[in-house]
Design a protein around this ligand. Sequence first.
Ligand SMILES: Nc1nc2c(ncn2[C@@H]2O[C@H](COP(=O)(O)OP(=O)(O)OP(=O)(O)O)[C@@H](O)[C@H]2O)c(=O)[nH]1
Ligand SMILES: [Mg+2]
Length: 750
Amino acid sequence: MHNFAVNIKEILKKRHEHLPKVLQEIERWSTLDSEISLLEGVVQELRDHPRTPNQLKDGLRDFQTNELRKKIADALALLRVVEARFSRTTINIGVSGVARVGKSTLLQSISGLSDEQIPVGKGDPVTAVRSRIFHSKSNCRATLLLHSFESFRDLVLRPYAFSLGLNVVPDSLGAFRTWTYPQSEDDLPKEFQTHSNSTMLVRLLAMQKALPSYQGDLSGGERIVGFEELRPFVAYPLHEDEPRRYLAVRDVKIECPFPKVQVESLGIIDLPGLGEIAADADNYHLNGLQNEVDLVVLVKRPLEGMAFWKTEDGKTASLLDKARGFVKNRRDFVFVLINSGGADLELCASLRKSIRMLANDGEEGKNFLVLEADAADQVSVEENVINPLLAHLSMRLPVMDQDVLEGTKADYISLTSMILTSLKDIESVLTCVSTISPSTAEDLEHRGEELRKDLAASLGDLVVKLRSQARSSEETPEYLSAIDLAYEEILSWISNGFGVGLDAWQSKALRSMQAEHNSSPFAATELNRIRVEISNRYCSIDNFFNSRVNNLWSEIAAIFRKGIGELASADDGKKVLKQLRTLMNDASEKCPTLCAAIDDLLALRLEYRTHLHPYVRRELDRLNLQVMDTESGEYKDQIVVAVSEAGAEELYRRITALAEQAAYYTRRALIREAVIPALVLHAAAEQFDDSLIRSGDSLREFKRLARSYHDDIWPGVFNGIIDTNARFAKVIRAIRTIREQLGTLDVGEK
Ligand SMILES: Nc1nc2c(ncn2[C@@H]2O[C@H](COP(=O)(O)OP(=O)(O)OP(=O)(O)O)[C@@H](O)[C@H]2O)c(=O)[nH]1
Ligand SMILES: [Mg+2]
């Protein structure tokens, strides 16, 4: 006997080796998707621009990427299926077949589970929900995947309504509860009055009636339940009026220790009867199966009336083709199992014959390999089902995996050629526009140089103006009034009792002094607070500073606007500079030096805290409680008062005086340093002028700018010449990136 347990592990290991490539492919197609959307954007920009020649506009008119992107999304979905298939840690076998053939009985025999977890039964169909069963050493539990009302409506109610010719579905639980459905076949639209629809209507009405029994379960998400509570969630009720909690369940995963080591890496999936009369039952049960099963066993039971290959079996087999996906041979993927347990020998023989004749075209094993076992007997199942299946898988699974890889690849090879065709279409439109002549090139060069000279002259004037402002140590009235405003506010804050009110302040002081038997702790804390407050209040002059910086940006922006015309058209200086920066970065030939100069300029800050606080800090030191005695050189408290009401009043007076003094001296220091803002602005402008005009690459980059944006800077001058234009170049660049990305596709290649 083979060692199948080891074998399965090896198959899985081999399969996992494909995974990195698949992941890489997923990444690549996601990137391609965003690159194609980028291409669409830049093509649109070029097409919509007023100065793009009409010939080009016309050529690009029909370009759109919706279809490509939809196909990429499909390819990604396929790759995700492959990813799921190759990441699984188990080999999964689905067990399918019409109702009552012993599917669940077979699963019981394989897993060692009992009726409690995998219900089987006589009479009516039993299994209502797809169960996935996995070996687990440590867990014994079932995880339900529950419907939300929305998924219940979309996956259950809507297909019923659709099959019955009813166009509207309830949009909430409450609406479903009181929804008026037709009560009999006769109430259905004429062309929907069929017998099977009548059965379906009965089911739908039963679902509505039973709603109170499962509405509480329509919560969406997962729920773990113990085995003892599982049955009502997975099995149909025995009697019509019993609860129907299974309706809220999409899927259940059962974990438990399997009795035999050899099947530990097997997952088994109980598929409820396919081909039943339930709306869209087939799709519902097969949904998501493609990445979930490696092989399906189609069970047949040779009972009277079922002992031949029926049309339904053929239909089921066709449905399973959907789950087979790219696996080439049906024979690799679907096995027929004759469940001979408790069956009549004659009927067995007749079923065998019927399968050979009808399912296998008269030739044993042509389309399906046929197994035979007693599903209720563990030994028979092991010998006649598990062992042959594992032997088959160990040989054929690697082949099936290869089929899947190749199928997926074929899909996106055709997609690749579709994309390339689209790219060629655009390129052929682009090549029809005229190219640049040598004399035009010269003219452009010259214009680039002149542009730089013009900017240099205007920037030079600005620097000179700022320098003279910095030298003239003259305070601007705006600066003075900004300081005075802050000063007035500080004084009124002081005279209003330091933000808390005179009385409150004094009584707080008294309480603190009484508690500490000392005036110093309170005085020290208050002085610290006042110092911070005064400093913070002077920060309000930052508003004035901001406007100075904004002014500088506007002046420089205006200089640019004079030279570059419509290229940057924002309405405020800072925005113009930012726009320019982006344009330089997006240019067909990039201009990093010019970009960096603008970045530096935009990073300019003029702030009280950074630029002025260091100079006025000394004046605020007056607000320390401890001061040095100039004679003795020792530190002492500059205010000490009696611990009493009168002391508190005195403390208030003394601190007020100190605070007013500090505010006054700070104001004086700020006026003294009034020239600092002008110095900072002058330095910034000079630095900008230097790096924009006099850095090594400056001239080269101005020429680049001229080539990239000639039709915006000098509209009408270079009519029809577009191949150096930035928008044009962006399209070319986007195409190039996509081509590079396409060139490296190679999944599945050895
Ligand atoms: N003796 C014997 N009885 C079996 C065997 N297989 C199934 N049965 C019986 O047949 C009935 C149906 O079996 P289930 O396992 O519930 O069938 P199923 O295919 O899961 O049915 P649904 O879940 O309704 O689709 C039960 O009463 C089983 O006990 C078998 O191999 N031997
Ligand atoms: Mg069952």
